[in-house]
Design a protein around this ligand. Structure first.
Ligand code: ATP
Ligand code: MG
Ligand code: FE
Length: 352
């Protein structure tokens, strides 16, 4: 199946083209720099940027894949979750394309797309085999907009939300703490760089929702706003005491707290559900410490670790096309054209 995927849920305009499980094109245009001075994604700015980027990205993807619209078997688009105005640009464009070409249209779930990235063979990384063997997977999706722990038994029909953040997303925490430390936006790369010269054990920052009293109701949930506040207080106390803030130590200790909680809960889920496979997805997967600790701890626990190439970890159109291809292959009917963007689409709905 030759499927075009359109992704506009946040600040990446992604147009991907897949044939079955193989990525033919994966064009990503990000409006990230436009949000830098606000320290976070501004919904109106993102929506406008999608409007400008979507047509050139579509032309580029068709050229890279060397296919024409008339060759497509289907079109897939992110229907949610995400920013409403941003989603609407993609959904509107996809409907227009579907009407003009007569191709079937599938509205798909963004988070399911992140999981589906693991089923794609990226032609830019030909040595990587796709994990399409029907084995269950625990997926940890960490980005600027979401922090979700999923139990995936079947990509289309059986994805269970085990837990998610009850306040800030992991990437958002990186962005806010980086801002506090003057490390720029997006925060992840700045924290990573600063942390390289610091000690992860210099300051013991709190691990949210890991105390016995929290675990009963929030075993697989996350909380990062307390951590952010704790970092802010620590910096304040140093400054008030006329002490120098060791940015490297703060960055390393903060990063350690985030990574510790993310992987502690993800590995606990693998063990609780007897699922010996952990998949990471989302922009925070770029984090050097997250990758290193994930490798260590999964190996110690006998869990297979899967990390798609980075171009398939951040928001992209190929992962959406990939879900579309599976829907087509499994004989699912296309979505009724009346569907709209659903900013809070639950992960249990793979297709609208
Ligand atoms: P969505 O939440 O819809 O997936 P998003 O645009 O918020 O979209 P991504 O683009 O996947 O998310 O990721 C961006 C986030 O990843 C930012 O919050 C950024 O700080 C974080 N990030 C990027 N690099 C790193 C890194 N090295 N370490 C930690 N976080 C990082
Ligand atoms: Mg982004
Ligand atoms: Fe995403």
């Amino acid at each position: 199946q030759l499927v075009l995927g359109i992704e506009t849920s946040c600040d990446e305009t992604g147009i991907g083209i897949v044939r079955g499980g193989t990525v033919l094109a994966n064009v990503i245009s990000s409006s990230m720099e436009q949000h830098a001075r606000f320290g976070g994604v501004v919904p109106e700015v993102a929506a406008r940027a999608h409007l400008e980027a979507i047509e050139p990205a579509l032309r580029e993807a068709l050229a890279v894949a060397d296919v024409r619209l008339s060759d497509l078997d289907a079109i897939a688009v992110t229907a949610g979750p995400g920013l409403a105005g941003a989603l609407m640009v993609g959904v509107g464009a996809a409907k227009g394309l579907a009407l003009a070409t007569g191709k079937p249209l599938y509205g798909v779930n963004h988070l399911v797309g992140h999981v589906g990235a693991d089923y794609l063979v990226d032609t830019n990384a030909p040595d990587r085999a796709a994990a399409d063997d029907g084995e269950p997977t625990i997926a940890l999706l960490v980005s600027g907009g979401h922090t979700s722990l999923l139990l995936v038994r079947d990509l289309i029909s059986d994805v269970e939300l085990l837990g998610e953040t009850i306040d800030d997303a992991a990437g958002e925490a990186f962005d806010k703490v980086a801002r506090l430390l003057g490390l720029g936006y997006p925060g992840g790369p700045g924290i990573d760089r600063a942390a390289a010269d610091g000690s992860p054990t210099a300051i013991r920052f709190p691990r949210g929702l890991t105390q016995p009293k929290d675990l009963a109701a929030h075993r697989y949930d996350f909380s990062f706003s307390g951590l952010k506040t704790s970092v802010a207080r620590w910096v304040e106390r140093q400054t008030d005491g006329a002490m120098e803030v060791d940015v490297a130590d703060v960055a390393a200790s903060f990063r350690e707290a985030v990574v510790d909680v993310l992987l502690g809960k993800a590995i606990a889920a693998c063990q609780d559900f007897d699922v010996p496979r952990l998949l990471l997805g989302g922009g925070v997967v770029a984090n050097a410490r997250l990758r290193a600790v994930a490798a260590e701890r999964t190996e110690a626990a006998g869990i297979a670790l899967r990390i798609p190439p980075f171009s398939l970890c951040t928001d992209n159109g190929a992962m959406i096309a990939g879900v579309g291809a599976r829907l087509v292959a499994a004989g699912h009917p296309p979505s009724a054209l009346g569907f709209g963007a659903d900013s809070s689409l639950p992960v249990t709905t793979a297709q609208v």
